[in-house]
Design a protein around this ligand. Structure first.
Ligand SMILES: CC(C)(COP(=O)(O)OP(=O)(O)OC[C@H]1O[C@@H](n2cnc3c(N)ncnc32)[C@H](O)[C@@H]1OP(=O)(O)O)[C@@H](O)C(=O)NCCC(=O)NCCS
Length: 175
């Protein structure tokens, strides 16, 4: 059984990073992330058009954390408190003891091993604190950076396919 309780919010730290909860003050940063064409390229989502869209998104996320439905961290550099990206666990299944992982980094902060460092601590949290038995990632077959990251994290490509979107490859990670 997945052991979900996100209050108090689980702040996670690594050598370079602090993963904390989003707040309304992150509106500008979330807007920058969610309106960036390069970052959105493989994500198939509606881009944020205004700061209000971004603030609405932050409120929605924090509501789902309050209800223990999903958990979403702002990734920040500990030394400067600069916001560099986000990472989340969502679509929890009690029957399968599983959840999905999602992540995105500002383009300026890609290529520095930041997401690998963030994902490692989040995966550890999912397996140790939440008792999740499987983490699933869906990634576009052309999204090389994401596929490389998943390989480094030891995710295994599944034979299953996403019937709604055949362009997505499914990867699984077990403890
Ligand atoms: C997917 C994504 C997060 C990957 O970011 P990333 O910075 O490439 O990932 P990593 O943290 O693993 O960093 C790896 C790179 O940092 C380099 N690196 C530099 N310093 C490093 C260090 N100290 N430790 C590890 N790697 C380091 C690695 O060599 C590697 O570079 P390479 O790609 O040229 O081989 C990023 O491309 C992204 O945000 N994409 C848009 C959103 C998206 O598609 N999300 C996925 C949805 S499924």
């Amino acid at each position: 059984m997945v052991n979900r309780n996100f209050t108090p919010f689980p702040i996670l730290t690594t050598e370079r990073l602090t993963l904390r909860q989003l707040s309304i003050e992150d509106g500008q940063a979330i807007f920058a992330l969610r309106s960036d064409a390069e970052i959105n390229k493989y994500l198939g989502r509606q881009p944020s058009r205004t700061i209000e869209d971004a603030i609405h998104f932050i409120n929605k996320i924090n509501d789902s954390i309050r209800k223990n439905d999903s958990i979403y961290w702002a990734i920040t550099l500990t030394s400067s408190e600069i916001f560099v990206g986000t990472i989340c666990l969502f679509d929890f299944s009690n029957e399968k003891n599983s959840c999905e992982i999602g992540y995105e980094l500002m383009t300026k902060f890609q290529g520095q091993g930041i997401m690998k460092e963030a994902a490692e601590v989040v995966i550890d949290y999912a397996f140790q604190a939440l008792n999740v038995q499987k983490i699933v990632a869906f990634t576009h077959f052309e999204n090389q950076n994401s596929t490389k990251l998943l390989a480094k994290l030891n995710f295994v490509k599944s034979k299953e396919t996403d019937k709604e979107n055949p362009d997505l490859i499914i990867f699984n990670l077990t403890p």
